[in-house]
Write a protein that binds this ligand. Structure first.
Ligand SMILES: [Zn+2]
Length: 94
């Protein structure tokens, strides 16, 4: 399970200097050496763009190489995180 310090409310993609205002649908993370860390959030429309941007950053050494992973954000999960509640094994807010 991924840990995060903050929950950005928007897609991380920036196009021509403008940040995408769509609500994020997936967490983007890099998985390498048994460690996983979040690099951003992305909306439905920008998943493939995020994938190619991430690959470019990996190739230029800006971020670690590793497998790019997209995890769907559950609305309940976002609410739980924002409200600092916990999620049980079934994925419900407790
Ligand atoms: Zn977007």
């Amino acid at each position: 399970m991924l840990e995060w310090d903050m929950v950005p409310e928007r897609c991380s993609i920036m196009i021509k200097g403008r940040i995408c205002n769509m609500p994020p649908s997936h967490i983007v993370s890099i998985f390498s050496d048994n460690e996983e860390y979040m690099i951003g959030l992305v909306c439905n429309d920008h998943i493939s763009l995020m994938e190619s941007k991430t690959a470019t950053m990996q190739n230029s050494g800006k971020i670690n190489k590793g497998k790019i992973r997209f995890q769907k954000i559950k609305p309940v999960m976002t609410d739980c995180v924002l409200n600092q509640n916990n999620i049980d094994k079934a994925g419900n807010c407790v």
